[in-house]
Each structure stands twice: as C-alpha cells, then as structure tokens.
Design a protein around this ligand. Structure first.
Ligand SMILES: [Zn+2]
Length: 417
C-alpha cells in the first residue's frame, strides 16, 4: 500500500470548488461538496471529499470548515499602475460633463502628465504607504498576485524610485508582486515630443542607461512601452523593448488603445509576453497574436472610466483563439482594486461569458506574467493561493453588482485575510 501524503492544512465542506485547469483551456472545472488539502503552502489534492481523503492523510492538518462556501483560486491582476502620487478625483468628476480640453482650460492638469507631476513630488515612503494601502484592498477583493508598473517618473531618478517601491512592496506585502519597468509610458514633460532630436535623446537614455541599470539591479522582470498615436512609434517601441530583452527584461506592450499603428504586429513579431488594451486591433493582428502565443490583456475598467468610443470586443479575440487576461489597470484615471468588478464589466460591456472572464482573471493573468506553472488555477503542485466566497451560486459573483463576496484569502497556504 502506498503511503499517503500528509497535509498540514485542509479546507473541507466547500459547496463547490471552481477553477481553470492548465490542460483544459477555456473550460472551468467544478467539484461539488469538495475539499482541498495543502502542504508547505502548495496544493496536494482537491476534489470530492472521499477522493481527497483516500489520497491524503488529513488527520494532523489544521482543518477549516468552509460551511458550504465556494473556494476558488486567487485573482491574478496582471496590469496595474499601483504606485502613484495622488488621486485625480476632481478631474474624473469634471469628465462626467466636460471635455478634457475644457477641464484643462480651467488650469487643472489631467491624464498621465498629472500623475507624473504628483508621483515625482511624492517621497519613496509616501508612495510605499499609499500603494500598501491599495494592496490591502486588493487582497480583500481576492487578489493574491499583482503586477505593478513604473511609468510616472519618466526620468532616471523617479523611475528608479518607483521600482524601489515595488521591491519593498514585494518584500513587505502578503501578496506576490511582479515588477515592470515602464519608463516609456510617456515622454518627459520637459521635452518637446514633436522634436525628433529630443525624442531620440530620451530614448537613447532609456536604452543605454536606465534599462541596463534596471536589468543589472534586477528591479523589474518586464519592460513595457506605450505604443500608440501621440506616444511611442512602432520603431521606437522596438528599440526600447529590444534593449529590455538584451538586459533580461521580457517584453510587454500597451497598444491599440486609441489608434492602430502596428503595435500588435510588433508584439507578435518579438514576441512579447502580452499585448495590453487592444481596442483597435485588427482581425489579422488577433490571429498573429494567437499564433505567437501573446496573451491579450484587456482592461474593461479603463474603457468604462473614459467612456471609450471603441470598447474592445472580447469575442473576436476569443474566436481568433487568443488567450485573454483581465487586469484592473488600477491608476489615478481608472481607480479600482477589484478584479470582480472588472469581470462584471468584461461580461456586461465586452461580450465575455462569466466563465471566460473568470479564467481571464486567474489563469489568463498568470500567463500574462509568466507564472502559469505556479498560480492561476487550483491543481496539485501549485501554490495554495485561494479565495473563499460567501455566495450560493457562482453566477452571483457578477450578478450582485457591488457585493464583495470574499470572506477569506489564502496566500501560499497562509491565511492573509
Ligand atoms: Zn496601463
């Protein structure tokens, strides 16, 4: 008789365990009256109680009775601008009835330049404290892994300050934090972006000075760029992303948000690990992204916050066989910490089914940051990153619009909420 594995943590009496699985793309697996056993922070077994208990010795385990609640993998929020100076609440309120030009005519700074000014003005400690506060709320909404981009410094000193905040968050918060360098989120406000020499000078500083330093100090895992009309051209984006790759940073790209200038084609050619936004992506580009395994990261909260004139259409991307991931895109212009809210928007406004949205918020997110062998689904060997929902039916997750059903969150087998 083979010896049973010994669990140190055991969740039992779940009405249902719901998860994506690695080899069943696009389909959820659901176990009724189920349990899940953990050892050393990793999943040992899950499924119907009798089956788990024949495989695993749970006699010594700390046992948590879920009393009929639903157990699911923690959300993976794969696109955030978590670290920022201050809120832009006034601008957001004015946007309800006024154009950006009219708001700017009042003297109020708007958009990314406003976030750059406020982030530059904040100390590293202030940025750390406010980001920790937001991370705490993300945890309470069921998120267990968060990607965090720089990109409101747009000079060496302030970009490094943001990445140092990421490094501290990664050490001191209870979630996993994945750092991305986005020094090409915009051009420095000091320079004239219409002057080719001034553009070239900043790009040269990025590629020959800042990116090599970020790579050498291991301050980020990914290099990202905003490739869109008015921001970085395809040619400029290629230079920046190639410099990132040369210094050990995998490529990500913000593209096709407000125009289609070929950023998705670039993402497919590299290939980047993900292409994010995708409002203006053509069918041909969707097919290329799918073929090259580039994850499409879609951001419903951004489209909602700006009342986007061309919301992304998920069903076209799914038909093209792209893997999709959802992110909050948490930033001062689109402030939400809740992946569940993002799922609701994805379903109601962007043609996703509940199942598709949940897979995109968990497994899809893990794939967009290269963590799919560790997190994103509940499978033996993966991290025990879990959330417990106090709802009777899975559908209530998006049906009850502003109800947060998360009553407990577990990271690496530790209860963090
Ligand atoms: Zn973004």
């Amino acid at each position: 008789m083979t010896k049973k594995a010994i669990a140190d943590l055991y969740f039992k009496n779940s009405s249902e365990i719901i998860t994506a699985v690695s080899d069943n793309a696009g389909k959820l697996v659901r176990y009724s009256n189920a349990s899940l056993a953990v050892k050393d922070g990793k999943i040992l077994a899950l499924g119907p109680v009798a089956k788990v208990e024949t495989k695993v010795d749970v006699s010594e385990a700390e046992t948590i009775n879920l009393e009929g609640k639903i157990l699911a993998p923690g959300f993976v929020d794969c696109h955030t601008h978590l670290v920022f100076g201050k809120s832009r609440a006034k601008e957001f309120a004015m946007k309800m009835t006024q154009s950006t030009a009219a708001i700017e005519a009042t003297g109020l700074a708007t958009g990314i330049p406003a976030s750059i000014a406020m982030t530059r003005a904040a100390s590293e400690d202030e940025l750390f404290a406010s980001a920790m506060d937001r991370l705490g709320r993300m945890t309470r909404y069921g998120t267990t892994t968060v990607e965090s981009k720089s990109g409101y410094g747009i000079n060496r000193e302030d970009e490094l300050k943001m990445l140092h905040v990421n490094q501290r968050l990664s050490k001191e918060s209870s979630v996993d934090l994945v750092s991305t360098f986005l020094g090409a989120h915009d051009f420095p406000p000091e320079i004239n972006r219409n002057n080719p020499n001034e553009r070239e000078r900043y790009i040269a500083q990025l590629t020959t000075e800042i990116i090599p330093e970020v790579g050498a100090k291991k301050l980020a895992e990914f290099c990202d760029v905003y490739c869109d009309d008015g921001y970085y051209t395809v040619e400029e984006s290629l230079k920046i992303l190639e410099a990132g790759i040369a210094h050990g940073l995998r490529a990500k790209i913000h593209t096709d948000a407000y125009s289609g200038i070929g950023g998705s084609t670039l993402a497919a050619e590299l290939p980047a690990i993900s292409a994010d936004h995708l409002n203006f992506t053509s069918r041909e580009e969707m097919l290329k992204l799918a073929e090259r395994g580039v994850v499409g990261v879609v951001l419903p909260a951004l489209d909602f916050a700006v009342a986007h004139p061309r919301p992304f259409i998920a069903k076209d991307m799914i038909e093209a066989k792209m893997t999709l991931a959802l992110g909050t895109n948490l930033n001062p212009g689109n402030w939400t910490e809740s992946m569940r809210f993002v799922m609701l928007l994805a379903c109601r406004n962007h043609t996703m089914s509940l199942e598709e949205a949940f897979i995109a918020a968990t497994m899809g997110g893990a794939m967009a940051i290269g963590r799919e062998t560790e997190i994103g689904s509940l499978e033996p060997g993966k991290k025990a990153d879990l959330q417990v929902w106090d709802i009777k039916e899975f559908e209530q997750l998006i049906y009850r619009m502003d109800y947060n059903p998360v009553v407990s969150v577990i990271k690496n087998g530790q209860i963090i909420f």
